[in-house]
Design a protein around this ligand. Structure first.
Ligand SMILES: *[C@@H]1O[C@H](CO)[C@@H](O)[C@H](O)[C@H]1NC(C)=O
Ligand SMILES: *[C@@H]1O[C@H](CO)[C@@H](O)[C@H](O)[C@H]1NC(C)=O
Ligand SMILES: *[C@@H]1O[C@H](CO)[C@@H](O)[C@H](O)[C@H]1NC(C)=O
Ligand SMILES: *[C@@H]1O[C@H](CO)[C@@H](O)[C@H](O)[C@H]1NC(C)=O
Ligand SMILES: *[C@@H]1O[C@H](CO)[C@@H](O)[C@H](O)[C@H]1NC(C)=O
Ligand SMILES: *[C@@H]1O[C@H](CO)[C@@H](O)[C@H](O)[C@H]1NC(C)=O
Length: 406
C-alpha cells in the first residue's frame, strides 16, 4: 500500500521531467517511465506500423528509481558476511542487491527486504542452477544480472512468475539448452534478454519469436546452427517483435520454413516488419535454398533494412558477396554422383529456371549415360561427345519430357 501511494506521488512529479508513466498492455510492470519524445516519433521507429510508441518505449523506458531525484528511492545492498548491515536512507522504497566476483553457487533464498528488491546483480559468480523457487521471494524483480556464471540449462518455469522482470542478463554462461516458451510467458515484462556468448547449438522458435514487443534479444556469439520447433507451434501469425542479434553463430542453411511453423510468405513479412535479425558472421552457404528467399528479401529491402549482413561464405565462387546481391541463377545445389549425376558431368538444381542441369558437354562419352538424377525438368547437355544417332533415338524414347542438347 505504502509503495503504491509513494509511486503515485513520485510519478506526478516525474511527468515534468520529460517522461510519462508507461502503462500498457504490452508489459505488466507499472514502474516504467517512457520519454515523452516516444509519443512523437515517426522516423526511426516509424516502420513498425502501429506499434511505434510501444517499440520506442520498449527500448527507451526506464524504471522510476533510475530517473532524476528518485534515484534516492533505491538502496544498494552490497552483501558481505552478514546480510542487511548496509545503511539505507529513510527514503528507500526499492532495493538492489549486489554480490559479484565471489564464489557463490546459488542465489540466497531469503534476504532482508526481499519483496522490495527490484534489481539483483550476481554477475561473475559460480551459479550453476537456477529454478523458479530461487526467485519466489522477489516478486517485483525488474533487473536480473547473472552474467559470467556457470548456468547450463534454462527451464520454462524459472522466470514465469517474475511478471515485472524487464531486463535479464545471462550472457557469458555455458547455456546449452533452453526449454521452449521460457521467455514468452504472460503476464510478463521482458524487454531485454541477453544470452550472448553461451554455447547454444540450437534455439527454439518460441524463444525467439516470443509473441510480444521487446527491445533486444542477444543470441550472438553462440554456436547456433538451427532453429527447433519442439512443440510444433504454428508461428505464421506470431505477434510482437523486436531486434534479434544472431551474428557470429554457425548458421549456414536456411531452415525449412514449414518445419519451424512458418510459410515462406509469412517469414519474410515477419522479419521485415516485426522481428529484425542481425545475421552477419555466420557461414552462409548460398545454395539453391536461397532461391525463393532472396527475391522476397529484395522486395522487402525496398523499404526496410533486412538481410544487410547476410554474406555468403560458400560456395567459394560467391564468398564475400551479400546474398541479396547474388544473381538468382547462381543459387544452385550440386548433385553428386551418388545422386545419379553421370561420371565426369556437372549436375545441379537451378530453381530460378525451374530446372536440373545435367551437363555432360565435352565429357568424351561414346554412350548415353545409363542413369540420370531422379528429378523432373532435366536439362541434359550431351554436346561435343562421340555418341551415335542410334543411341540418341533410344534415349528420346525413355526420357520424353526432358530437354536435350546433343
Ligand atoms: C513484504 O514483506 C513484508 C515482511 O516480510 C510483509 O509484511 C509484506 O506484506 C510484504 N509485502 C508484499 C507486497 O508482499
Ligand atoms: C546443478 O544441477 C546438477 C544436475 O542436477 C547437479 O549435478 C549439480 O550438483 C548442481 N549444482 C549445484 C551447485 O547445486
Ligand atoms: C515447458 O516446456 C515443455 C517442453 O519442454 C512444454 O511441454 C511445456 O508446455 C512448457 N511449459 C510451459 C509452462 O510453458
Ligand atoms: C520441409 O519439410 C516438410 C516436412 O517436414 C517437407 O514436406 C518439405 O519437402 C520440406 N521442404 C523443403 C524445401 O525441404
Ligand atoms: C558446384 O560445383 C562446382 C564445380 O564442381 C563448384 O565450383 C561450385 O562451387 C559448387 N556449387 C555449390 C553451390 O556447391
Ligand atoms: C554446359 O557447359 C558448357 C561449358 O562447360 C556450356 O557452354 C554449356 O552452356 C553448358 N550447358 C548447359 C545446359 O548449361
Amino acid at each position: 500500500m505504502q509503495i503504491c501511494i509513494l509511486l503515485v506521488l513520485m510519478i506526478s512529479e516525474t511527468l515534468n521531467a520529460g517522461y510519462f508513466r508507461w502503462i500498457t498492455k504490452a508489459v505488466a510492470t507499472q514502474n516504467l517511465m517512457c520519454p515523452l519524445s516516444c509519443k512523437a516519433i515517426t522516423g526511426l521507429y516509424g516502420h513498425f506500423g502501429g506499434a511505434t510508441e510501444i517499440k520506442c518505449c520498449a527500448s527507451r523506458s526506464r524504471p522510476i528509481w533510475s530517473i532524476g531525484k528518485f534515484t534516492s528511492s533505491i538502496c544498494e545492498l552490497n552483501l558481505k558476511n552478514s546480510v542487511g548491515t548496509n545503511h539505507c536512507s529513510k527514503n528507500t522504497i526499492f532495493y538492489k542487491i549486489r554480490y559479484t566476483h565471489k564464489y557463490v553457487t546459488s542465489i540466497p533464498k531469503r534476504l532482508l527486504h526481499s519483496n522490495q528488491t527490484v534489481e539483483i546483480d550476481f554477475n561473475s559468480n559460480e551459479i550453476e542452477n537456477i529454478t523458479g523457487s530461487d526467485f519466489e521471494c522477489f516478486p517485483f524483480l525488474d533487473t536480473l544480472d547473472l552474467s559470467n556464471n556457470k548456468i547450463a540449462n534454462l527451464e520454462n518455469t524459472t522466470f514465469f512468475k517474475l511478471k515485472n522482470l524487464r531486463k535479464l542478463d545471462l550472457s557469458y554462461n555455458v547455456i546449452q539448452y533452453i526449454e521452449p516458451i521460457t521467455f514468452s510467458y504472460r503476464p510478463g515484462s521482458l524487454l531485454f534478454i541477453n544470452l550472448r556468448a553461451n554455447i547454444l547449438i540450437s534455439v527454439d522458435v518460441t524463444n525467439v519469436f516470443v509473441g510480444y514487443w521487446f527491445s533486444k534479444l542477444y543470441l550472438d556469439y553462440n554456436q547456433i546452427s538451427k532453429f527447433t520447433n519442439q512443440l510444433h507451434w504454428k508461428m505464421e501469425h506470431v505477434t510482437g517483435g523486436g531486434d534479434i542479434f544472431m551474428s557470429h553463430n554457425k548458421m549456414s542453411h536456411l531452415p525449412n520454413m514449414s518445419d519451424i511453423g512458418f510459410t515462406r510468405d509469412s517469414i519474410v513479412k515477419i522479419i521485415s516488419f516485426k522481428y529484425s535479425f542481425r545475421l552477419g558472421g555466420n557461414p552462409w552457404f548460398c545454395d539453391c535454398k536461397f532461391s525463393w528467399f532472396v527475391p522476397l528479401l529484395k522486395f522487402a529491402r525496398k523499404n526496410f533494412d533486412v538481410g544487410g549482413q547476410m554474406v555468403c561464405k560458400y560456395p567459394i565462387s560467391l564468398r564475400g558477396k551479400l546474398a541479396v546481391n547474388v544473381p538468382e541463377d547462381l543459387f544452385v545445389c550440386n548433385i553428386s554422383v551418388k545422386q545419379k549425376c553421370p561420371l565426369s558431368c556437372n549436375c545441379f538444381e537451378q530453381p530460378s529456371r525451374k530446372r536440373v542441369v545435367v551437363n555432360c558437354s565435352r565429357s568424351k562419352k561414346y554412350k548415353i549415360p545409363s542413369a540420370f538424377p531422379q528429378q523432373a525438368n532435366l536439362d541434359i547437355d550431351l554436346s561435343h561427345n562421340l555418341i551415335t544417332i542410334l543411341e540418341i533415338q533410344s534415349i528420346f524414347k525413355s526420357h520424353g519430357c526432358d530437354r536435350f542438347i546433343i
